[in-house]
Ligand binder design. Sequence first.
Ligand code: ATP
Ligand code: MG
Length: 370
Amino acid sequence: MFYVTCFMKKVVNPFELFSYQGPKYFCDREDDVVKLNEALQNRRNTVLSSMRRLGKTNLIMHWHHQLAKIKNTTPIYIDVLGTKNDNEFIEQFVVAVVKATSNKENFAQKLLSIFGRLRPQISLDPYSGIPQVSLDIQTNADKAATFDIALNLLSESKVQFQIAIDEFQVIETYEKPSTIDAILRSHFPKLTNIHFLFCGSQQHMLSTIFSNPKRPMFSSTQHLTLGHIPYPAYFDFIKTHFEEHDMEISDQSIHEILTWTQSHTFYTHFLANEIFSKHAEKVTYELVKNSEVDCIKLFAVNYEHLLYTLPSNQTTLLKAIAVEKTNFSINEKAFLNKYNLSASSASLALKGLLDKDFLIVKMNGNIKSY
Ligand SMILES: Nc1ncnc2c1ncn2[C@@H]1O[C@H](COP(=O)(O)OP(=O)(O)OP(=O)(O)O)[C@@H](O)[C@H]1O
Ligand SMILES: [Mg+2]
């Protein structure tokens, strides 16, 4: 959360850009929470996906914040983005379980004593002070056994666990083909007190894991796609937070914020954060327009770098789609001629941009850049 000194007192910017700061700073998502609760109550393991930066992780944090208040329910959050192989995944998993259960039923102690032969190393993170556990998993047999032990121990508990595994698609990028999905799938039938939420952005990777009949997780989960926060809810959220800080904001200004950012959560929040940081008594339309320019300047280096990493046909196609926005087809002659692309080069570029998540295919089959 950003603090800025204003008139000698600290003012919290209510448009937080990084971590979950509690319900007051969290906007809407009520319908999504209802769907997640239904999935939990009816023991339907679930895949949650969306475009990048739309709010999946914040939604999990918000949901877990509510679940943590329910007796005998323990939410466990695991971010596996940084893992490179199955062993690292399992380490992250065990560490998250140990952390979440450290004050419950001697659970963590039991787990660590069973893992004795895997030489658990426990240390304190020098920056956060949070306990770190690492396990010395050498063989495939150790790997499967470690995961089995952790899951079996959880399943013997009277507690209901909600386990959210964020960035699950990363298992598709491992050096060696992952068997994590197969191990998890084999445990599903007996884990009556454990509910899984698999979360990720790269939709094609997630769909390979869950929708390919040849893969172990095929047809074993329900799928939730996170959409944009509805306009009225976001409108009220922005208005309330500005007004709470005695900053008058016109409806036209809020409309401009939501339209310019297309209600894409991270960008909407970023623009609102930038406007708030100016501490104007009146948030005029002009101030919003100036802040949009400031935001673009703040991101310019990142975008230049991203474009620099793309092959030239992908850069050309990406720019063309950004300019045309809607009502075009990349197979049309007029489009190809206008941007000097051949049909084969455009189709290769399209594949590359979809693979990298620079473009997504929307439900109606249209292509969108973000
Ligand atoms: N419901 C919300 N209320 C308030 N702010 C939110 C909400 N959802 C998301 N945000 C804002 O958007 C940012 C991005 O959200 P989050 O990290 O949850 O998205 P994500 O979909 O998990 O992104 P990624 O694809 O990078 O994993 C957050 O840091 C926060 O600033
Ligand atoms: Mg996320």
